[in-house]
Design a protein around this ligand. Sequence first.
Ligand SMILES: NC(=O)C[C@H](N)C(=O)O
Length: 271
Amino acid sequence: MKYTSPILLIHGGAGLWRNGSEERVIDSLKEALEVGYLEFNRGSSLEAVRESIASLEDSGVFNAGKGSVKNSHGEVEMDAGIMYGNTLSVGAVASVRAKNPIRKAYEVLQQGKHVLMVRTYWEETQVLSQGLDDRDTVGAVALDKDGNLSAGTSTGGIAGKLPGRVGDSPIPGAGFYATKLVAVSSTGIGELILRTLPAKEVEILRSMGYPLEDSLRAVVNKFTSWFGRDNLGMIALDNQGYASALFNTYAMPRGIKWSGGEKTFFKEGEI
Ligand SMILES: NC(=O)C[C@H](N)C(=O)O
């Protein structure tokens, strides 16, 4: 569907969400939309993406930041990436410990010297583990009033992963991507996403002239035909204000806020 800018679209991860409390998840999405949207008053879409993701990281409800799952050594190692479409600037961190990995990714982008930094432990992270094994990755895409698009994703990865394992989330073209035309954030099984680069594929189709919704659908359908179901979710926004969110899993909590209103969904519902 088409929305009026500024637009902020976020997700809380595609998955089974078996033990997830729908109410807490939706409340956290609403809070993140609120916090992120405020940034449109003072910053660009990049800051809206950073702040909405930082809010989701702090909520403890998702597998990112405070709620990150543990690896096979019982430790937390997180991945995050952020991209500003206008300049194709990227900042990403992989296998790190920090309160807000998305802020560290933003710092890497602002410094402009490198794209991806690994294995830096800024702050010890409290492990929240109990009872919420279905919590999932978070991501955001935004379009500000000047027409600038940004995208970002943050995750604790996959529970029980080997130390040093890096997923798709900090890799541009895989876990996120943004240009002057389109912004995308992916969630799902990193080992499959890394081999197929669905965020970049959406960008390619959209830049060939296909509508955003069709581009996203083609990529998710191809992924499902290759690998089966329960492994991918994506959100995307283009510079015309078209937004879309598709997934092949049981649920993908998601929400959108635009100049005319706000919507949040857990399972069914069209963005
Ligand atoms: N649930 C997720 O989205 C996990 C993330 N894509 C990873 O593989 O690290």
